[in-house]
Ligand binder design. Structure first.
Ligand code: ARG
Length: 466
């Protein structure tokens, strides 16, 4: 027997093989749950008093002991011995070391199977609050940029081919929408996280008179779990979180990809702030957008976290199985990766230098006003299909002549349709093109200004909501 006695050693004649101990311990990663484990134990000690298991005096000693352990761990004093199977056994072991036998009463009627899911729920709830704050920071940075460059017009793309002009602000605001959905998705996930499992025991419910509803209230949970077998087996909330994190990192990755493109010499729409770029060890001229590239690359990790846990779950019989210990590392990794990415991208976005001149130049090539030319003919009474055909032919002619649509003479235009007149040139101009898209959700400057205001108001409403 090693220096640490196992809680379950009574059943065993000998000690555990060291390799097996090292293989099975979760302490190297689940130590991160300690504040939540202690929070849960403090609340549980109160429930034990009510159930007649602990005296008030015993509860006082237990709580003081737990607080001391919290202090030790806050200071980074953790004994990493793998003989402590996990953070739950660690805290219980330390408690008994500190306050003696009475520490052994804390686990009365409680199983680690319910404790571990309680801890993970408390942890995720707190992290999601931070993540939502960080999402709002990114949205704020995008809104500031949109507002600062309301005049910037760029080619909007489909198939990465120039399509129609849009305000740069409008394009950037698309990400504000995505991040808004992400935050809402996380908030919704909290509804399933917010279910208090204690009282489920190992799987069938505790035999002690634990006031579960009071315990839920003490721990800030609006609901208690309704089935003990489900309560110790369920990791849907972790999967939902990972799915939400995967979708969020998809958005961050797409934005990063655009920043990388925009910062290229070929586009030249934006310049990444130097503090968020790197150089080359070989090519002296280089300034590389590594931060955005890594943000794009890290999407793969979070998808891996989701697929990993889905795979762990898929064949598990009810109720608890030790496989479930594999839930923590993907969750921690996704939290760290997502938060790290949000924390670095928000200031990067804020620092982007926008080259509105280059963007406007880019709108001049590629017949971005071809749809407007067709709309012009429609306004003169031509059915859209025919207008499309006529303008298609004119575009071919322009390609041969190396001209823009608005460089054609009225005479040349009249060759394709008698409906053209002098009004055509103003109609297909950039500003007219933008202003006509005044529908809700369109790129007309008036609409975009309004959209920015709506988004700002939503952001304010979200503040303090977690
Ligand atoms: N470390 C375990 C986990 O993370 C805690 C629960 C262990 N329960 C047990 N009966 N072995 O899932």
């Amino acid at each position: 027997m090693g220096k640490i006695k196992k809680a379950w050693s009574g059943r065993f004649a000998g000690s555990m093989e060291q390799k097996a101990e090292e293989y099975t311990t979760s302490l190297p990663f689940d130590w991160r749950l300690y504040p939540y484990d202690i929070q849960g134990s403090i609340a549980y000690a109160r429930a034990l008093v009510k159930a007649g298991v602990l005296t008030e005096d015993e509860r006082g000693r237990i709580i003081r002991g737990l607080e001391e352990i919290k202090k030790e761990l806050d200071d980074g004093r953790l004994d990493p011995d793998p003989a402590y199977e996990d953070i739950h056994m660690y805290i219980e072991g330390r408690l008994i070391d500190k306050i003696g036998e009475v520490g052994g009463k804390l686990h009365t009627g409680r199983s680690r199977n319910e404790q571990v899911t309680l801890d993970l729920r408390l942890y995720l709830r707190a992290e999601i609050e931070q993540i939502c704050n960080e999402i709002r920071q990114a949205q704020g940075a995008l809104l500031d940029q949109a507002e600062r460059h309301l005049d910037a017009v760029m080619p909007g793309y489909t198939h990465l081919q120039r399509a129609q002009p849009v305000l740069w602000a409008h394009h950037v605001m698309a990400y504000v929408e995505m991040f808004g959905r992400d935050a809402a998705r996380f908030q919704d996930c909290v509804n399933r996280i917010n279910i208090m499992p204690l009282g489920s025991g190992a799987l069938s419910g505790t035999t002690y008179a634990i006031d579960r509803v009071q315990l839920a209230q003490d721990l800030g949970f609006p609901e208690v779990s309704r089935n003990s077998v489900d309560a110790v087996s369920d990791r849907d909330f972790a999967l939902e979180f990972l799915a939400g994190a995967s979708i969020t990192i998809v958005h961050l990755s797409r934005l990063s990809e655009e920043i990388i493109l925009w910062a290229s010499t070929e586009f030249g729409f934006c310049d990444v702030p130097e503090a968020f770029a790197t150089g080359s060890s070989l090519m002296p001229q280089k300034k590389n957008p590594d931060v955005a590239e890594l943000a794009r690359g890290k999407a793969g990790r979070i998808f891996g976290d989701l697929v990993g846990l889905l795979t762990t779950m898929k064949g598990l019989p009810l109720s608890y199985n030790r496989d479930l210990q594999e839930d923590k590392e993907p969750v921690f990794d996704a939290v760290d990766t997502l938060r790290g990415t949000l924390q670095v991208l928000a200031p990067l976005i804020r620092g982007l230098r926008v080259n509105a001149e280059r963007m406007r130049q880019a709108t001049q090539e590629g017949f971005l006003n071809a749809t407007d030319a067709a709309d012009y003919l429609v306004s003169k009474g031509l059915p859209f299909r025919q207008a499309h055909e006529v303008v298609g032919k004119i575009v071919r002619y322009c390609l041969d002549q190396d001209k823009h649509l608005d460089q054609l003479s009225l005479e040349e235009l009249l060759h394709y349709s008698p409906l053209f007149d002098e009004g055509f040139y103003a109609y297909v101009g950039l500003d007219a093109s933008l202003n006509r898209r005044g529908v809700i959700g369109g790129t007309a400057p008036k609409q975009v200004r309004e959209a920015i205001q709506v988004a700002r108001a939503e952001l304010k409403k979200g503040e303090g909501k977690g």
